[in-house]
Design a protein around this ligand. Structure first.
Ligand SMILES: O=C(O)c1ccccc1NCC(=O)[C@H](O)[C@H](O)COP(=O)(O)O
Length: 264
């Protein structure tokens, strides 16, 4: 069984158990459920913020441990100081060591758009994202059929959230193009083999309509890569490991150095 299939199996069981503990109507009573979300797509259109969605990522299936020592609060503050348009918070516990508590903590420190990065397989998780302060949810095209992609997009948008549909293959892209999502993310990493291939992403991106906001996701480790992807029409860049692997004392200096080399 490949890792994505394993994650999805685990997620379905996890959400079933969770929904028994906190009902949907209790989720809707949480204070942040009424909050007006921030629009990531709008922030990416202005020049006010850097077009980066920086991730809080403790560990991952491809790299194991990445950062055990930094708090979400410290990382979110550093990302806020860096004027990033977005922050991504991995809330999956079993495979990434994240939690909804991380999302709440990030929300107190980061004012721009927050992406809840998780493996959405039920509508319950969309309400959860809203109740814990997210602005954007992730829908992975390889995980959902077209009916669910459309249905979950509509539910999110009705709650005022934006949707990032993630694609990696031609099949994924064909589905994504039939969904009215604000953002399409091309994952440079094949989630089945962990191979990173920017050329493959560029070929897929060439099929997107011009107006479509497109995000390049995963495996970005150099500012030059951003500079080059920008010239090819990408509007935003999702970066996790490259930032998170820094030691606490080097975290902000390394972010500053990276930012300095991005051509605006
Ligand atoms: O990162 C993984 O190993 C991974 C494995 C299986 C499913 C998802 C995975 N990552 C989630 C992400 O989308 C990345 O954390 C995100 O794009 C940032 O990637 P990176 O900059 O390479 O840390």
């Amino acid at each position: 069984m490949d890792i994505l299939t394993k994650i999805v199996h685990h997620k379905r069981a996890e959400i079933e158990a969770k929904a028994q503990l906190i009902s949907l109507s209790d989720l809707k009573k949480l204070k942040l459920y009424k909050r007006d979300p921030v629009s990531l797509s709008q922030l990416l259109k202005t020049n006010e913020y850097l077009p980066i969605i920086a991730e809080f990522k403790r560990r991952s299936p491809s790299k194991s441990l990445i950062n055990q020592s930094m708090s979400v609060n410290d990382v979110a503050n550093a990302y806020q100081n860096s004027k990033f348009a977005g922050m991504s918070v991995l809330t999956d516990q079993h495979f990434f060591g994240g939690s909804l508590e991380d999302l709440l903590q990030a929300r107190t420190a980061f004012n721009q758009a927050i992406l809840r990065k998780d493996f959405t397989v039920t509508s319950y998780q969309i309400h959860e994202a809203k109740a814990f302060g997210a602005d954007v949810i992730l829908l992975i095209a390889a995980v959902l059929d077209l009916k669910h992609l459309k249905e979950f997009t509509q539910i999110a948008q009705d709650l005022g959230l934006e949707v990032l549909v993630e694609v990696h293959s031609q099949d994924d892209l064909d589905k994504a193009l039939q969904v009215n999502a604000e953002l399409i993310g091309i994952n440079n990493r094949n989630l089945k083999t962990f191979e990173v291939d920017l050329e493959h992403s560029l070929k897929l991106a060439a099929q997107l309509p011009k107006h479509q906001i497109r995000i390049s996701e995963s495996g970005i480790s150099k500012p030059e890569t951003i500079n080059s992807l920008k010239t090819k029409g990408f509007n935003g860049f999702l970066i996790g490991e490259q930032f998170m692997k820094a030691q606490p004392q080097d975290f902000e200096p390394q972010l500053n150095q990276f930012i300095k080399e991005i051509k605006l």
